[in-house]
Structure formats: structure tokens, C-alpha cells
Design a protein around this ligand. Sequence first.
Ligand SMILES: [Zn+2]
Length: 470
Amino acid sequence: MEGKCCKCEEYNWPDPQEVVWEDPVDGKGYCVFHAQKAETKLASADSAKPLTSQAFNKLVLDRMNNAVLSNEITCLKGVVFPWKFEIIGKNTNKRIVRADFSCALFCSSVRFYGVKFSDSEFKNAIFKDATFDYSEFESGCPKSESNGEFLFHGSKFVIGVFYNCIFQKVNFCEINVEERIHFKECSFNAEALFHGCSGKDKSILFSRVGAPTVPGHGSRNGGGNEVFMKNVIFRSHDVHWMSFSVFTWPMRLGYETYASTVQGDTVSPEEQVRKNKIHMKECEELYRAMKQRALELHDQPQASRWHFREKLMQLKLQLLPAKSNALVDAFEDESLCVKNRMSALWELFRALPWRMRRSLLFLYWISSGFGERSGRAAISLLALIVLSLLTLVVLKLFETGLSLRFDALKVGEVLYEWVRCMPLVKIDATINTSAPIVSGIRTIFSGLAQVATALQATLFALAVRNRFRR
Ligand SMILES: [Zn+2]
């Protein structure tokens, strides 16, 4: 047996290894790192006796140490670990690992404790029972086109536990989870992508993930996780197998912000609109899925929250051609002062064509926040009542020939007519013969005002109910 290992060639190892075992089926030669089974990991081509687990792990660790000395990234692509493997660093003074574990196969348990991964990746790696505790995932492998992300992309897990880990930009897209992955007390300091993953029901669990506190510690109390949930990005079809416990949700999920910031440089405006449309649609689906999930769990406040977001996405989709969605966001931003929010609303109203201002969804949003904002519904109700009084005063002024002299009788009449605008008050359709047109208009106005006020009062009641049924 001679020559170099076929897998070293396949994975582009900088230093292809000697063949130690040949597959009798196809005659392909494998080195000690790539030989598929424990019994085929021979010390050399002439040796008949396989390595022990300690000897093999030492070979791997030596390879890592040599790479450290020459300041290189250890190439461990496609290495098969048939035995238990672990790298134990220190909790406070973490051991730095710079290694490319892509396509590695961990047949037994693997543990990384107190390790700081930099310039590393686990793309397409296969884990049976993986534990990462008190570890940090810093930067991705510079050789892969990862955009600085730490790649777990396409890897497979039977069981994975991440305990007290700190992630910078990390990519868990298209991973496959056979049993579960548990992120416990981890911090996601930048984007964490979870698109297109597959697994059984609820196979990714997040508990007490949160804000970074002291380096080396995740957030133990789960505080600040609202900020961090913005960094975790998943889509609607991921919802059914992700589970979250001890959470304060952010107002908007990471995916909504994420995809709106990821925009190509060279796309035409039409292409941009098309992309935005798809994105809004996806966000709407995501929030609907979240709402469904909350309803299944009888979690009304969450259902209300995601319902609002879902409808807002529908509205934004409708307003998209008017390019006014930033104004919608500004009006909904509760951290802004009332003045700024109202001026955003005014700008929005001016920017919209009549067709959109009249749309039922727009009115539903403006008047009650889709039946979820009781304060807004109350203000709208009040505005409606005041508006009907003002209209009646103006009508009366016209009737009296614009005389501004105080007349108790006329004031009384206005107040009486105002009462007629309230819901459930009987309107007598008698015509005042001295001013038939004005009195006719007034009767019609009273009727319309009654209907509008009743509708708005219903929306207000609905919003109050939605708010307090928790
Ligand atoms: Zn090899």
C-alpha cells in the first residue's frame, strides 16, 4: 500500500496523508484520519493493530498544536472520530481553537469545554452527541465564503447541547436534528440564522438565552433576551419545531429586520419592490405561524402581539408602492415622542393616494391598531365625537347667518343635536320647515355619525377586551 489518501485529496488537505488502510471493495486508500472505522485506523500501512482511542485523539491534538506553532488553521476536514473526543479548556481563560472541522464525523460523543473557536467552522459536520459548554464562537473560517459567519451550515445532530455559549455571527441553516438541540443560557450577540432546518417536532429548544453579561457567562436570568431574540432569525416553517422558554419577545422578530437589510447592490427598483413583496409575505406567514402557535398554547397576549404584527405586514404589503412603510414604522415606534409619531402619521396620510386611505385595512389600523391598541381606539372614538360636535356648530353658524352672538337657545339646540349623534339615540326625522335642506342634512348627518360612533365604540371595546383578557 502506498500513495496518498483519497479523502485528503477530496477535501484539499494541504498535507495529504499516507494511506494506512485500503478498502477491499473499491481499492481506495485512506489515511488514519479519514479511515471510516475504529478498526481500520491503523498506526501505519504495515501495522496490523488498530490505534487506541487515546493514540488517535493525541494524533489529532498534535496536529492542532503543530498548526498553532506555524500559525495556521488546522485542517481537520472530513476527519472521522470513531471514539469519544474532547477538548477541555478553562472557563475563564479559554483555549483557542483554530480548526476547520467541516464534514467531520463524530461517531461518539464530543465535548468542547471552555474553548474559544476563531477562524473555525463545523459546516456539514455530523454529531451524534455533542456538548459545547462555556465556549465562544468567534469568527468563521476565512477560507470559506462565510461572510464572517461561524458555520454550522448543513450539519447533522442527534443530540446537541450548547450551554453558556457565546455566539457572534453564526449560521445554523439547513441543519438536521434527529433528537434535539438545546441552547441553554447562551448569548447571541449578532445574527443567528436558522433557515430551512429540519427535524422532528420541537427539536430546537431555546431556554434562557439572553444578553451578554460578563464574557464567559451567558445570561443566567434570561434578562435582555428581548434584544437577543432580534438576532435569532427563523422563518415560518421553522416555527413548529422550535421551542422557546423563559422569554420576553421583541416587538418584531429578527427575520423582519434581517431580510429588509439584506439587499443586493445592483438590483433595479422593480426588482427591489418584487423582493420586498416576497419578504413582507414571508414575514406575514411567520407572524401567522407564531400566532397559531400561541393560540395552541392558549397564550392570548402572545396571540394578540403576533396578530398585530401579521396585520401590519398585510398593511405594509398594501402600501408598498407608496414607499411609505418607513412612516408606518415611525408611527408605530413607541420609543418616539408623540409629536414625532403624529408628524409621521401626517406625512403618511399626505403620501398615500385616496384609494389606500379608504382601504378597510388602513382604517382598521388607524382607528384601533387592528383591534389591539385600546388607547388609539379611545382617542379615535373621542375624535369622532368631538368632530360631530364641531360639524354641528358650523352647521348652526351657517343657519344663523354666521352670527357669533351667544344665544343660549341655539347652544341648547346644538347640544340636543349632538346627543342625537350618539349611538342608540332615536332620531326623529321631522323636517324643520323654516330650513328644510339644513334640517335634512342634519338628520342624515346624525344617522351617519351614529353608525360611525357605534362602530368605533365596538372597536374600542374589542381592543380593551384583547388587552385585558390576559
Ligand atoms: Zn486522509
